[in-house]
Design a protein around this ligand. Structure first.
Ligand SMILES: Cc1ncc(COP(=O)(O)O)c(C=O)c1O
Length: 360
């Protein structure tokens, strides 16, 4: 396994904690606002759950998920209730990201992931025994490549892939028979641009051959504790994943499926949370710039990708002196070593404290 790097932040965290105004932890993107009532009530109402749930998900959940994909992302799932599943719920998206190569039966070859990336793509490759290659563009040489991960909007840098770049990957994957999978867990959080799904007809064309998309309710519905995600796309890929998930017992609990159904049918709570993050982003980004950092990308998603054109650990140390903990960009690949990632997932009160210190 790759190192679990968070322990290396202990010294910065200890330094930041000595700030008289207390620590502002912007290092981890875990939501802090209350889970909306539309989810908590649906979860409680479904609390009597003596029987096993199914890996496929309830009819209600698959209907709501297909409706959400159509309404919010313009994605038409071929036959969400058909015998050949084109959509399954997942226990949050992290397990799916980590297990997908294994669930697809990939045992040799190379997994392509973004230059600067969420570490779990690599974990999934290592678990399946695959090699890793980092690339933001379709590689000229496809030899040995068995799977491609895209992430748009991206963690840690908030970059959104253009329609042209997405189409290039689709064409490349189809030409070489390599599945292309887009992790779109931040897709409802576009700020300066509207992120497009890999499964949108303008990208995928008439069908989803060779393509998968991953979505998550953790951030958009402030429900990371529920573990609620979705996998959708080409039935020829979703079916084998679903079949192995049934054998493994990778089942989303029934009450969580009910909460997901209610959440996917409701746009109001997603829009309200989005407005909260927008406000925090506006305030924090102005303060980060005022403190002399440059913000790169960050046109979408839950993070500011900031740099002082110095080694990220120097920036981490400076921020720790202000009582602020950020994530070093080197956690996400060598190309991230001069950036830090600041999460928008802190309370309004803690964001205000960070703004005050950065602008003092
Ligand atoms: C890019 C990316 N993918 C997937 C996940 C996993 O999210 P979850 O398991 O909560 O759905 C995260 C979590 O931060 C992420 O940043």
């Amino acid at each position: 396994m790759p190192d679990f790097p968070w322990d290396s932040l202990a010294a910065a965290r200890a330094r930041a904690a000595r700030h008289p105004g207390g620590l502002v932890d912007l290092s981890i993107g875990t939501p802090v606002d209350d889970t909306p009532a539309v989810l908590t009530q649906a979860l409680a109402a479904a609390g009597n759950a003596p029987g096993y749930p199914t890996a496929l998900g309830t009819t209600e959940l698959r209907t709501a998920a297909a409706g959400w994909l159509r309404r919010r992302l313009g994605v038409e799932i071929a036959d969400p209730l058909g015998a050949d599943p084109s959509l399954v719920p997942t226990v949050g998206s992290k397990e799916l990201v980590a297990l997908l190569p294994t669930l697809l039966g990939l045992r040799t070859g190379t997994l392509v992931l973004p230059e600067v990336a969420y570490p779990t793509y690599e974990v999934g490759a290592v678990l399946a025994g695959l090699a890793v290659r980092r690339s933001d563009v379709p590689p000229p040489d496809a030899a040995g490549v068995v799977l491609v991960w895209l992430n748009s909007p991206g963690n840690p840098h908030g970059r959104v892939l253009s329609d042209d770049r997405l189409r290039e990957w689709v064409a490349w994957g189809r030409a070489h028979g390599v599945p292309v999978v887009a992790d779109e867990c931040y897709i409802t959080l576009g700020w300066d641009v509207e992120p497009r799904s890999l499964l949108h007809p303008a990208i995928a064309g008439e069908d989803h051959t060779g393509l998968l998309a991953v979505h998550s309710l953790s951030k958009q519905s402030t429900a990371a504790g529920y573990r609620a995600g979705l996998l959708s796309g080409d039935p020829a890929l979703v079916r084998p994943v679903w079949e192995v998930r049934r054998h493994l017992g990778l089942l989303v609990p029934g009450p969580v499926q009910a909460a997901m159904t209610a959440a996917l049918d409701d746009d109001a709570h997603v829009d309200a949370q989005r407005a909260r993050y927008r406000d925090r982003r506006d305030r924090l980004s102005a303060a980060v710039r005022a403190a002399g950092l440059r913000i790169d990308h960050s046109e979408a998603g839950l993070y500011l990708w900031a740099t002082r054109d110095e080694d990220c650990w120097t920036t981490i140390d400076r921020l720790a002196g202000l009582g602020i903990v950020a994530a070093p960009g080197s956690f996400y690949g060598p190309a991230g070593s001069r950036h830090v990632r600041l999460a928008l997932t802190a309370t309004d009160e803690r964001i205000a404290a960070a703004v005050e210190r950065l602008t003092a």
